[in-house]
Design a protein around this ligand. Structure first.
Ligand SMILES: Nc1ncnc2c1ncn2[C@@H]1O[C@H](COP(=O)(O)OP(=O)(O)O)[C@@H](O)[C@H]1O
Ligand SMILES: [Mg+2]
Length: 147
């Protein structure tokens, strides 16, 4: 099942993310897919707000992972833009975050396609597609194999 919504502003994207966060359960890994400037970090800001996190959420481009506590669940916000494969993520000790038996909280990951094979067998994929300067198509669905 996939849901699709259109956002016509930054505020709307945050609002969609906020209401999505209000119904989410843990542990879960969320992959955010979209070009540079599609709104992945903007979505994460609204998502954290929806969990009740008060911290300022910024892009973890240089730190690769930012951790946010104080909300309903701890959020591990990753940006894999600077990594080129799964092994690099494992060298940084990130394997524990992507094992659903060990994860306590929620992983939200930008550029997960750079670290293929790191995500668990089942995860949420959110696609952000730029329609024009201020509009984005947002698709939310479950990905992976359940058997
Ligand atoms: N509807 C929208 N939703 C999200 N961002 C939007 C929207 N319309 C315009 N923008 C702009 O797109 C950019 C999104 O940036 P950001 O969230 O950092 O993207 P990403 O993390 O995908 O690179 C911002 O400059 C923001 O102002
Ligand atoms: Mg970003």
């Amino acid at each position: 099942m996939q849901i699709e919504v259109i956002s016509n502003s930054v505020e709307q994207t945050k609002k969609i993310a906020k209401s999505y966060a209000q119904s989410i359960k843990s542990p879960v890994v969320i992959s955010l897919v979209g070009d540079l400037g599609a709104g992945k970090t903007t979505f994460t800001k609204g998502f954290c707000e929806g969990l009740g996190i008060k911290d300022l959420v910024t892009s973890p481009t240089f730190t690769i992972m930012n951790e946010y506590t104080g909300g309903r669940f701890t959020v591990y916000h990753f940006d894999m833009y600077r990594l080129s494969n799964k092994e690099e993520a494992l060298e940084l000790g990130f394997d524990e975050y992507f094992d659903l038996r060990k994860l306590k909280g929620i992983c939200i990951v930008e550029w997960a396609e750079n670290v293929k094979g790191l995500l668990p067998a089942l995860y949420v994929e959110i696609n952000l597609i730029k329609i024009n300067e201020n509009s984005r198509k947002i698709q939310i669905g479950v990905k992976g194999w359940v058997g």
